[in-house]
Design a protein around this ligand. Structure first.
Ligand SMILES: NC(=O)c1ccc[n+]([C@@H]2O[C@H](COP(=O)([O-])OP(=O)(O)OC[C@H]3O[C@@H](n4cnc5c(N)ncnc54)[C@H](O)[C@@H]3O)[C@@H](O)[C@H]2O)c1
Length: 281
Protein backbone atom coordinates (compact mmCIF):
# COMPACT_ATOMS: atom_id res chain seq x y z
CA UNK A 1 0.00 0.00 0.00
CA UNK A 2 1.48 3.43 -0.86
CA UNK A 3 2.78 5.23 2.23
CA UNK A 4 0.36 8.18 1.77
CA UNK A 5 -2.64 5.90 2.27
CA UNK A 6 -1.38 4.78 5.68
CA UNK A 7 -2.09 6.84 8.76
CA UNK A 8 0.90 9.14 9.35
CA UNK A 9 2.67 8.47 6.05
CA UNK A 10 6.42 7.91 6.13
CA UNK A 11 8.66 10.98 6.22
CA UNK A 12 11.89 11.64 4.32
CA UNK A 13 14.25 14.50 5.09
CA UNK A 14 16.35 15.59 2.11
CA UNK A 15 19.08 18.20 2.44
CA UNK A 16 20.09 20.41 -0.47
CA UNK A 17 16.66 19.67 -1.95
CA UNK A 18 15.90 23.00 -3.63
CA UNK A 19 17.36 21.80 -6.93
CA UNK A 20 19.46 19.16 -8.69
CA UNK A 21 19.92 15.67 -7.27
CA UNK A 22 18.28 16.59 -3.94
CA UNK A 23 15.14 17.78 -5.70
CA UNK A 24 14.96 14.59 -7.79
CA UNK A 25 15.31 12.55 -4.58
CA UNK A 26 12.52 14.56 -2.92
CA UNK A 27 10.29 14.09 -5.98
CA UNK A 28 10.91 10.33 -5.93
CA UNK A 29 9.93 10.09 -2.26
CA UNK A 30 6.79 12.13 -2.97
CA UNK A 31 5.91 9.85 -5.88
CA UNK A 32 6.23 6.88 -3.52
CA UNK A 33 3.74 8.43 -1.08
CA UNK A 34 6.13 9.87 1.50
CA UNK A 35 5.85 13.25 3.14
CA UNK A 36 9.07 15.17 2.52
CA UNK A 37 11.02 17.87 4.35
CA UNK A 38 13.24 19.86 2.02
CA UNK A 39 16.20 21.59 3.69
CA UNK A 40 18.27 24.12 1.77
CA UNK A 41 20.39 27.20 2.38
CA UNK A 42 19.14 28.93 -0.80
CA UNK A 43 15.88 30.52 0.30
CA UNK A 44 14.81 31.86 -3.10
CA UNK A 45 15.26 28.57 -4.99
CA UNK A 46 13.71 26.66 -2.09
CA UNK A 47 10.58 28.83 -2.13
CA UNK A 48 10.27 28.49 -5.93
CA UNK A 49 10.61 24.70 -5.63
CA UNK A 50 8.08 24.55 -2.81
CA UNK A 51 5.63 26.51 -4.95
CA UNK A 52 6.25 24.32 -7.97
CA UNK A 53 5.71 21.10 -5.98
CA UNK A 54 2.47 22.68 -4.75
CA UNK A 55 1.64 20.07 -2.11
CA UNK A 56 1.34 21.93 1.18
CA UNK A 57 0.20 18.90 3.18
CA UNK A 58 3.10 16.65 2.19
CA UNK A 59 5.93 19.13 1.60
CA UNK A 60 7.72 21.12 4.30
CA UNK A 61 10.40 23.49 2.99
CA UNK A 62 12.84 24.79 5.59
CA UNK A 63 15.69 27.21 5.07
CA UNK A 64 18.69 25.69 6.82
CA UNK A 65 22.48 25.70 6.56
CA UNK A 66 23.38 22.08 7.28
CA UNK A 67 26.77 23.22 8.62
CA UNK A 68 25.13 25.28 11.38
CA UNK A 69 24.27 23.13 14.40
CA UNK A 70 21.54 25.40 15.77
CA UNK A 71 19.79 25.72 12.40
CA UNK A 72 19.81 21.95 11.95
CA UNK A 73 18.38 21.45 15.45
CA UNK A 74 15.65 24.02 14.75
CA UNK A 75 14.76 22.43 11.41
CA UNK A 76 14.50 18.91 12.83
CA UNK A 77 12.31 20.15 15.72
CA UNK A 78 10.04 21.78 13.12
CA UNK A 79 9.87 18.53 11.11
CA UNK A 80 8.89 16.56 14.22
CA UNK A 81 6.28 19.20 15.13
CA UNK A 82 4.76 19.10 11.62
CA UNK A 83 5.13 15.45 10.64
CA UNK A 84 5.73 13.61 13.95
CA UNK A 85 8.27 11.13 12.63
CA UNK A 86 11.34 10.65 10.43
CA UNK A 87 11.88 7.46 8.43
CA UNK A 88 14.62 8.44 5.97
CA UNK A 89 17.37 11.04 5.88
CA UNK A 90 19.31 11.86 2.71
CA UNK A 91 22.44 13.89 3.35
CA UNK A 92 22.75 15.41 -0.11
CA UNK A 93 23.65 19.09 0.46
CA UNK A 94 27.11 19.72 -0.92
CA UNK A 95 29.37 22.36 -2.39
CA UNK A 96 32.29 22.09 -4.78
CA UNK A 97 35.28 24.41 -4.80
CA UNK A 98 37.60 23.22 -7.55
CA UNK A 99 41.03 24.85 -7.32
CA UNK A 100 44.68 23.80 -7.45
CA UNK A 101 45.78 22.54 -4.03
CA UNK A 102 48.12 25.40 -3.26
CA UNK A 103 45.55 28.02 -4.31
CA UNK A 104 42.91 26.59 -1.98
CA UNK A 105 42.64 28.69 1.16
CA UNK A 106 42.17 27.19 4.60
CA UNK A 107 38.79 28.95 4.81
CA UNK A 108 37.66 27.26 1.55
CA UNK A 109 38.90 23.88 2.79
CA UNK A 110 37.06 24.34 6.08
CA UNK A 111 33.78 25.38 4.42
CA UNK A 112 33.78 22.42 2.03
CA UNK A 113 34.46 20.02 4.90
CA UNK A 114 31.88 21.76 7.11
CA UNK A 115 29.07 21.44 4.55
CA UNK A 116 29.86 18.13 2.83
CA UNK A 117 31.01 16.20 5.90
CA UNK A 118 29.96 18.22 8.96
CA UNK A 119 26.47 18.67 7.51
CA UNK A 120 25.95 14.92 7.32
CA UNK A 121 27.25 14.55 10.88
CA UNK A 122 24.92 17.24 12.25
CA UNK A 123 21.81 16.11 10.38
CA UNK A 124 22.33 12.45 11.28
CA UNK A 125 22.85 13.36 14.94
CA UNK A 126 19.65 15.39 14.93
CA UNK A 127 17.49 12.84 13.04
CA UNK A 128 18.73 9.52 14.48
CA UNK A 129 17.12 10.00 17.94
CA UNK A 130 13.76 10.60 16.19
CA UNK A 131 14.19 7.42 14.10
CA UNK A 132 15.17 5.47 17.21
CA UNK A 133 11.72 6.07 18.69
CA UNK A 134 10.23 3.86 15.98
CA UNK A 135 13.17 1.43 16.10
CA UNK A 136 13.96 1.77 12.40
CA UNK A 137 15.19 4.21 9.81
CA UNK A 138 17.51 4.68 6.86
CA UNK A 139 20.19 7.24 6.14
CA UNK A 140 21.79 7.72 2.73
CA UNK A 141 24.84 9.94 2.36
CA UNK A 142 25.71 11.36 -1.03
CA UNK A 143 29.41 11.01 -1.78
CA UNK A 144 30.92 11.17 -5.29
CA UNK A 145 33.27 9.26 -7.55
CA UNK A 146 35.68 12.02 -6.42
CA UNK A 147 35.65 10.25 -3.04
CA UNK A 148 36.50 6.90 -4.62
CA UNK A 149 39.28 8.06 -6.93
CA UNK A 150 41.50 11.12 -6.61
CA UNK A 151 41.61 13.77 -9.30
CA UNK A 152 43.00 17.26 -9.74
CA UNK A 153 41.54 20.44 -8.17
CA UNK A 154 39.51 18.56 -5.55
CA UNK A 155 41.58 18.71 -2.39
CA UNK A 156 38.64 19.69 -0.17
CA UNK A 157 35.81 18.20 -2.24
CA UNK A 158 37.45 14.81 -2.88
CA UNK A 159 38.64 14.53 0.72
CA UNK A 160 35.18 15.37 2.09
CA UNK A 161 33.60 12.74 -0.18
CA UNK A 162 36.15 10.05 0.76
CA UNK A 163 35.54 10.89 4.40
CA UNK A 164 31.76 10.59 4.08
CA UNK A 165 32.22 7.07 2.70
CA UNK A 166 34.04 6.16 5.90
CA UNK A 167 31.60 8.15 8.05
CA UNK A 168 28.86 5.99 6.54
CA UNK A 169 30.59 2.87 7.89
CA UNK A 170 31.09 4.44 11.32
CA UNK A 171 27.39 5.27 11.56
CA UNK A 172 26.37 1.89 10.14
CA UNK A 173 28.36 0.15 12.87
CA UNK A 174 26.66 1.96 15.73
CA UNK A 175 23.22 2.91 14.39
CA UNK A 176 22.71 -0.55 12.89
CA UNK A 177 22.36 -1.84 16.44
CA UNK A 178 19.23 0.30 16.90
CA UNK A 179 17.65 -0.56 13.54
CA UNK A 180 18.94 2.36 11.49
CA UNK A 181 20.72 1.42 8.26
CA UNK A 182 23.28 3.87 6.89
CA UNK A 183 24.48 3.65 3.29
CA UNK A 184 26.09 5.86 0.70
CA UNK A 185 25.62 6.63 -2.98
CA UNK A 186 28.61 7.83 -5.00
CA UNK A 187 27.32 9.49 -8.16
CA UNK A 188 29.34 9.90 -11.31
CA UNK A 189 28.85 13.12 -13.29
CA UNK A 190 25.25 14.32 -13.33
CA UNK A 191 24.00 17.29 -15.31
CA UNK A 192 23.07 19.74 -12.55
CA UNK A 193 23.88 23.37 -11.78
CA UNK A 194 26.91 22.17 -9.80
CA UNK A 195 28.26 20.18 -12.75
CA UNK A 196 27.64 23.06 -15.16
CA UNK A 197 29.70 25.28 -12.87
CA UNK A 198 32.76 23.06 -12.68
CA UNK A 199 32.77 20.91 -15.85
CA UNK A 200 34.15 22.62 -18.95
CA UNK A 201 33.46 21.28 -22.46
CA UNK A 202 36.82 19.49 -22.44
CA UNK A 203 36.17 17.93 -19.02
CA UNK A 204 32.78 16.71 -20.21
CA UNK A 205 34.48 14.94 -23.12
CA UNK A 206 36.99 13.39 -20.70
CA UNK A 207 34.09 12.02 -18.65
CA UNK A 208 32.45 10.53 -21.75
CA UNK A 209 35.78 8.88 -22.57
CA UNK A 210 36.14 7.42 -19.07
CA UNK A 211 32.60 6.08 -18.67
CA UNK A 212 31.62 2.81 -20.40
CA UNK A 213 28.01 4.00 -20.74
CA UNK A 214 29.44 7.07 -22.50
CA UNK A 215 27.16 9.68 -20.94
CA UNK A 216 26.30 11.68 -17.81
CA UNK A 217 23.79 10.29 -15.35
CA UNK A 218 20.46 11.92 -14.61
CA UNK A 219 19.29 13.16 -11.20
CA UNK A 220 16.46 10.61 -11.43
CA UNK A 221 18.95 7.73 -11.81
CA UNK A 222 20.68 8.83 -8.60
CA UNK A 223 17.30 9.23 -6.89
CA UNK A 224 16.36 5.66 -7.84
CA UNK A 225 19.44 4.28 -6.07
CA UNK A 226 18.83 6.48 -3.02
CA UNK A 227 15.20 5.38 -2.79
CA UNK A 228 16.17 1.72 -3.14
CA UNK A 229 18.65 2.01 -0.25
CA UNK A 230 15.98 3.64 1.94
CA UNK A 231 13.35 1.05 1.07
CA UNK A 232 12.59 -2.36 2.55
CA UNK A 233 14.09 -3.86 -0.62
CA UNK A 234 17.46 -2.98 0.96
CA UNK A 235 16.55 -4.17 4.46
CA UNK A 236 19.82 -6.11 4.96
CA UNK A 237 22.15 -3.57 3.30
CA UNK A 238 24.10 -1.48 5.78
CA UNK A 239 27.40 0.42 5.60
CA UNK A 240 27.75 0.13 1.82
CA UNK A 241 28.69 2.61 -0.89
CA UNK A 242 26.95 2.18 -4.23
CA UNK A 243 28.65 3.90 -7.17
CA UNK A 244 26.01 5.10 -9.63
CA UNK A 245 28.46 6.14 -12.29
CA UNK A 246 27.96 4.30 -15.59
CA UNK A 247 30.95 2.08 -14.79
CA UNK A 248 33.54 4.82 -14.13
CA UNK A 249 34.82 3.33 -10.88
CA UNK A 250 35.14 -0.18 -12.31
CA UNK A 251 37.62 0.90 -14.95
CA UNK A 252 41.35 0.89 -15.59
CA UNK A 253 43.02 2.67 -18.50
CA UNK A 254 42.45 2.46 -22.22
CA UNK A 255 38.69 2.68 -22.66
CA UNK A 256 38.63 5.21 -25.56
CA UNK A 257 41.22 3.22 -27.54
CA UNK A 258 39.63 -0.15 -26.86
CA UNK A 259 36.17 1.26 -27.55
CA UNK A 260 37.41 2.60 -30.92
CA UNK A 261 39.10 -0.64 -31.94
CA UNK A 262 37.36 -3.60 -30.33
CA UNK A 263 33.93 -2.67 -28.98
CA UNK A 264 30.81 -4.38 -30.38
CA UNK A 265 30.00 -1.05 -32.05
CA UNK A 266 33.43 -0.92 -33.73
CA UNK A 267 32.96 -4.52 -34.92
CA UNK A 268 29.59 -3.62 -36.42
CA UNK A 269 31.15 -0.61 -38.14
CA UNK A 270 33.92 -2.80 -39.62
CA UNK A 271 31.41 -5.43 -40.77
CA UNK A 272 29.28 -2.73 -42.42
CA UNK A 273 32.36 -1.35 -44.20
CA UNK A 274 33.19 -4.86 -45.51
CA UNK A 275 29.67 -5.26 -46.87
CA UNK A 276 29.96 -1.92 -48.65
CA UNK A 277 33.33 -2.83 -50.24
CA UNK A 278 33.60 -6.64 -50.41
CA UNK A 279 37.03 -8.24 -50.86
CA UNK A 280 37.71 -9.09 -54.56
CA UNK A 281 37.62 -12.87 -55.12
N1 LIG B 1 26.32 16.88 -10.12
C1 LIG B 1 27.31 16.00 -10.08
O1 LIG B 1 27.95 15.73 -11.10
C2 LIG B 1 27.64 15.29 -8.80
C3 LIG B 1 28.52 14.20 -8.87
C4 LIG B 1 28.84 13.53 -7.71
C5 LIG B 1 28.31 13.93 -6.50
N2 LIG B 1 27.46 15.01 -6.45
C6 LIG B 1 26.94 15.38 -5.13
O2 LIG B 1 25.52 15.37 -5.16
C7 LIG B 1 25.03 16.35 -4.24
C8 LIG B 1 24.06 17.27 -4.96
O3 LIG B 1 24.74 17.87 -6.04
P1 LIG B 1 24.01 18.67 -7.22
O4 LIG B 1 24.78 18.41 -8.42
O5 LIG B 1 22.56 18.43 -7.17
O6 LIG B 1 24.37 20.15 -6.72
P2 LIG B 1 23.55 21.52 -6.79
O7 LIG B 1 24.56 22.58 -6.53
O8 LIG B 1 22.74 21.60 -8.03
O9 LIG B 1 22.56 21.39 -5.55
C9 LIG B 1 23.06 21.40 -4.23
C10 LIG B 1 22.01 21.99 -3.32
O10 LIG B 1 22.58 22.03 -2.00
C11 LIG B 1 22.29 23.28 -1.42
N3 LIG B 1 23.28 23.60 -0.39
C12 LIG B 1 24.56 23.99 -0.57
N4 LIG B 1 25.14 24.26 0.63
C13 LIG B 1 24.19 24.02 1.56
C14 LIG B 1 24.17 24.13 2.98
N5 LIG B 1 25.25 24.55 3.66
N6 LIG B 1 23.04 23.82 3.64
C15 LIG B 1 21.94 23.43 2.96
N7 LIG B 1 21.89 23.33 1.63
C16 LIG B 1 23.01 23.62 0.93
C17 LIG B 1 22.34 24.25 -2.59
O11 LIG B 1 21.66 25.46 -2.28
C18 LIG B 1 21.67 23.44 -3.68
O12 LIG B 1 20.27 23.64 -3.69
C19 LIG B 1 26.25 17.05 -3.68
O13 LIG B 1 26.59 16.49 -2.44
C20 LIG B 1 27.32 16.76 -4.70
O14 LIG B 1 28.61 16.82 -4.15
C21 LIG B 1 27.11 15.68 -7.57
Amino acid sequence: MPAEKKAGAAVAVVTGAARGIGLAVAERFLAEGYRVALLDIDRRTLRATEKRLGDTTRVLALECDVAAEKQVGRAVREIVRSFGRIDALVNNAGIAIFKPILDTSFAEWQRVLAVNLGGAFLCTHACAPVMMKSGRGAVVNIASISGLRASTLRVGYGTSKAAIIHLTKQYAAELGTVGIRVNCVAPGPVDTAMAKLVHSVAIRQDYYDAIPLNRYGTPQEIAAAVFFLCSDQASYINGQTLAVDGGFDALGIGLPTLRREFSPKAKMRKAAALVRSPEPD
